[in-house]
Design a protein around this ligand. Structure first.
Ligand code: DGJ
Length: 543
């Protein structure tokens, strides 16, 4: 081959490799109601923790905590960026704080999810810069029903939106340059727990006028196109009013504060969607929004309304295509109830906040195993908590299992959560029915008579017809065959540690450790993974 040809080929392949290396390659690979976060074509399971609200405002304050986050086996820290600190004067940006914190994350081998504390944080506009707060003519605020001004910026403030889009786009441009080869920042939250208070919608002149107008064309188009997949809560209101796509908000969705909430949700979502799109134009990382979940039976206006809540998911998806995921924040015990509502209409589960207690350290198995969440994160992760050790233990198992989980070569996967109310759960996998029960149901369990049973649980991954990885803490799993004529038995179970694609076997679990072949178990406060092989025998013995 001629030298010129060789040089040309080297140039082409180097150019190709270079473009592969620098192309922004962090994306969500969606599949139905699940997704994998892909970093340079490799799936990444977020085992995260979100910092307390004010912690990321001081490098010195954070100093002692980085090591602690590693010790809890986190692979990702979820960290706010405050608008008031990056743009203290209009159009003058300062990213030195953000950069220093990102440097620390890199030093501690942590990925980062950034939270954009922009126009709204828990409904309020407390993180907007002073030059905005003190200029209500330019950046209009909402008022309560008595007309009292609130520190909540109106969604209809055109200059507010323009300023937010500009600041967020500038942040994303900065991150793109900062993170050119590191892939440290992997996901971004736009605003924080958007929600209208204390009324279901804004009451300004412009809001009243828009409320009387016809629903926007894109919403009408969405309703027409997605008629059969609209969530039942919205569908019911829509059907009850004749399933129209042409008409005012009340003509289409009926009278009432529920419709006022739908209206407000449309404008909130459009706003957040435009902010996200402006950021993505600079650096197209996956983006999500989070919601404060209402208590049961509370009416719109009494809870932060119109946020990315399940009954409004169609509105958010229609108005904000640049938002990839709608996420729940958990400060209530109804995990299954809300997760079921979030994994609909192609929305995968990512839990950015959960109260940091022992149950969160267990619910991570439910979120990842059952709901196939691509990430999980207790809130205020750096605060001292009795649950730190439990979380560290759960994350240690999950980081070992992560390649198996995200590799998706399994036949079935499920996760479960047990306590004194939920004493057992049943999982069906292939030819097997698996009953998992809280450790305290065992006759010899020390905690059997306690009035409250500590949360336990885990996950099971089926990797072959008769092969399972059983992981977690504080439960016993028994196996039966779906074929009534067969008895399922344990052929072999081994403790296993997984690292770098290799499995290192520990104890062979037999005798007392598997109740002489009757079950697989982990005592309360014992965390582990066992690789289990079953065999079947005929139920009736030949005589
Ligand atoms: C939910 C919010 O998203 C967090 O920022 C924080 O305020 C917690 N609630 C409660 O502390």
């Amino acid at each position: 081959m001629k030298t010129a040809t060789i040089l040309f080929l080297v140039f082409i392949s180097y150019g190709f490799a270079y473009s592969q290396a620098v192309a922004p390659s962090i994306r969500l690979e969606k599949n139905g109601n699940t997704a994998r976060l892909m970093i340079d074509q490799q799936p990444f399971l977020i085992l995260g923790g979100e910092l307390g609200n004010s912690s990321a405002s001081s490098v010195a304050y954070m100093k002692p905590y980085w090591q602690r986050l590693r010790e809890m086996n986190l692979n990702t820290v979820i960290m706010p960026v405050y608008w008031e600190l990056i743009e203290p004067e209009e159009n003058r940006y300062n990213f030195s704080l953000v950069d220093s914190l990102l440097d620390e994350a890199v030093r501690h081998d942590l990925k980062v999810v950034l939270l954009w504390f922009g126009t709204w944080k828990n409904s309020m506009s407390c993180y907007t810069p002073a030059w905005m707060k003190t200029n209500p003519r330019r950046f209009p605020r909402t008022a309560d029903s008595a007309g009292r001004s609130q520190e909540i910026f109106s969604v209809f403030g055109k200059e507010t939106l323009a300023a937010d889009m500009k600041a967020f786009a500038t942040l994303m441009r900065h991150i793109k340059v900062w993170d050119v080869s590191g892939r440290t920042v992997i996901l971004v939250q736009v605003e924080n727990e958007i929600g209208m208070l204390p009324t279901a919608r804004e009451r300004s002149r412009i809001a009243d006028a828009l409320y009387k107008e016809k629903i926007p064309e894109p919403l009408a188009g969405y309703l027409k196109k997605n008629k059969d997949r609209i969530v039942p809560e919205l569908r019911k209101r829509w059907d009850a009013n004749g399933g129209k796509v042409d008409g005012t908000w009340e003509e289409v969705f009926g009278k009432g504060i529920e419709t006022e909430e739908i209206f407000q949700a449309w404008y909130y979502a459009r706003y957040a969607g435009e902010v996200a799109a402006a950021g993505k134009k600079e650096y197209a990382l996956p983006m999500y929004v989070n919601a404060a979940l209402p208590r049961p039976g509370v009416l719109p206006g009494r809870y932060p309304s119109a946020g990315p809540l399940p009954h409004l998911s169609d509105i958010w998806q229609a108005a904000a295509p640049a938002i990839d995921v709608l996420s729940p924040d958990f400060y209530n015990p109804d995990t299954r109830y809300w997760c079921d509502l979030y994994v609909r209409n192609g929305n995968p589960l990512f839990i950015p906040e959960m109260q940091f207690d022992r149950s969160a350290a267990i619910k991570v198995f439910l979120a990842i195993g059952h709901y196939k969440a691509f990430g999980f994160s207790p809130f205020s992760i750096e605060s001292p908590s009795d649950a730190s050790l439990s979380l560290a233990s759960s994350y240690a198992l999950l980081s070992q299992l992560s390649p198996l989980i995200t590799g998706q070569k399994w036949l079935a996967m499920d996760g479960f959560f047990l306590d004194h109310k939920n004493r057992s759960d049943t999982v069906r996998m292939g030819n097997y029915i698996i009953v998992v029960s809280h450790y305290n149901i065992l006759p010899w369990a020390a905690g059997r008579r306690d009035s409250v049973w500590s949360a336990t649980g885990g996950m099971i991954i089926q990797t072959g017809e008769d092969e399972f990885y059983v992981a977690g803490t504080g439960f016993a799993a028994t196996f039966s065959n779906t074929d009534q004529g067969k008895v399922a038995n344990i052929l072999r179970s081994e403790e296993v540690a997984i690292a770098g694609g290799r499995e290192v076997m520990g104890r062979r679990m037999n005798g007392d450790q598997d109740h002489q072949g009757r079950h697989i178990r982990f005592a309360t406060d014992e965390w582990g993974i066992q690789k289990v092989t079953l065999y079947n025998s005929p139920k009736e013995i030949e005589r």
